[in-house]
Design a protein. Structure first.
Length: 131
């Protein structure tokens, strides 16, 4: 059973298994923290990723329409920032252009006043394939 963090403090706790990245809850949803598992998958260091947004992982096979599929909940960050968790699968690219498929779950993180301040994105790499 996995416990999904609902606050920034919980999300920043060490997690050896999950590739986690935390962004701000406001556009452009800049990266504020990434754990070792996420940096391993993406090959971006914490410092390289900070203040950038998750489009650094987009490439030629990334399907932007995957965020809005008929009959499925939207996986756009504004929906998550309004309090709705979302998930989806897509093709992403690491720092060196190597593609990987990942199932990404995004969750709102709230403060003590129950205001969404950050978003937690958990990447489960499903497959690596050559370009």
């Amino acid at each position: 059973v996995e416990i999904i963090p609902n606050s920034l403090e919980m999300a920043l706790q060490p997690s050896n298994e999950d590739a986690r990245v935390i962004t701000s809850a406001k556009p452009p949803y800049s990266i504020v923290s990434a754990n070792a598992a996420w940096t391993h998958i993406t090959r971006y260091s914490q410092m390289e990723a900070e203040q950038k947004d998750l489009t650094i992982l987009d490439g030629k096979r990334t399907f932007h329409g995957a965020k809005h599929r008929p009959g499925k909940p939207s996986h756009d960050f504004s929906s998550v920032a309004s309090g709705r968790s979302a998930c989806g699968t897509n093709v992403f690219y690491d720092k060196y252009g190597k593609s990987f498929i990942a199932f990404v779950s995004s969750y709102p993180l709230t403060n003590a006043k129950n205001e969404v301040t950050h978003l937690l994105h958990v990447y489960n790499s499903l497959h690596e394939y050559s370009n």
